[in-house]
Design a protein around this ligand. Structure first.
Ligand SMILES: [Zn+2]
Length: 210
């Protein structure tokens, strides 16, 4: 069986869910850049940065205990940048219509022309699985949409500063920061990419059939 066929048929450990073995040390530090303190890693690499923010490092082994309520930062970002399904990590674009399938935890306001979200899309093949097995979705009244397009607008991040002894300490936990809020991005450790959905159309909930 090909890897593709296997991931399409077995019940998934979702692509965006992290594993214990993927938690890495984060050697955070501050450096001076353009006259301002900027959060960095002591051994920073160019790929630690994107959209003007430092990003959480994580492993990619998908091994060890699965950390259910959490989100794997780099796989979440990859899903958003490449329009991939949060369940299987393959394309979430419908080959017939070119539109992207999306499950929201609750219905959007009927007049919403755009909508911000950190939840990556879900491919058509995994709509039912996501709707019926994801504890977060099952607790609410999820709604299914197709989206014509979307674009990155911000990051979900923790903010850091230095205490009186020069130690790097978290000052704000999980706040939304716009990609133009440079004064905050300098102190941010990004954990998820926020995108704005455009051209949003409601679709039937396939889990309600029968
Ligand atoms: Zn999928």
């Amino acid at each position: 069986m090909t890897r593709s066929a296997m991931t399409r048929t077995a019940l998934h450990k979702p692509y965006v869910t992290p594993y214990a073995e993927e938690t890495l040390d984060l050697p955070l530090a501050f450096e001076w850049a353009a006259g301002e303190p900027r959060l960095t890693y002591r051994d920073a690499l160019p790929q630690d940065w994107m959209f003007g923010a430092l990003w959480v490092r994580c492993g990619t082994a998908r091994d060890g205990k699965i950390l259910w309520p959490m989100v794997h930062t780099l796989r979440q970002r990859r899903c958003m940048l490449k329009r991939l399904c949060r369940v299987c990590g393959q394309s979430a674009t419908d080959p017939g219509t070119g539109r992207i399938w999306w499950v929201m935890p609750s219905a959007l306001p009927g007049d919403a022309a755009t909508w911000p979200t950190v939840n990556p899309p879900t491919c058509k093949a995994h709509l039912v699985e996501a709707l019926t097995t994801c504890p977060y979705l099952r607790r609410g009244a999820p709604a299914v949409y197709t989206v014509g397009d979307y674009s990155p607008i911000g990051v979900l991040a923790d903010l850091y500063g230095e205490d009186d002894d020069g130690r790097v300490v978290e000052t704000r936990h999980q706040i939304a920061i716009g990609l133009d809020e440079f004064h905050l991005l300098h102190r941010a450790l990004a954990t998820q990419l926020i995108v704005s959905l455009h051209d949003i159309q409601r679709a039937p909930n396939p889990a309600n059939r029968g």
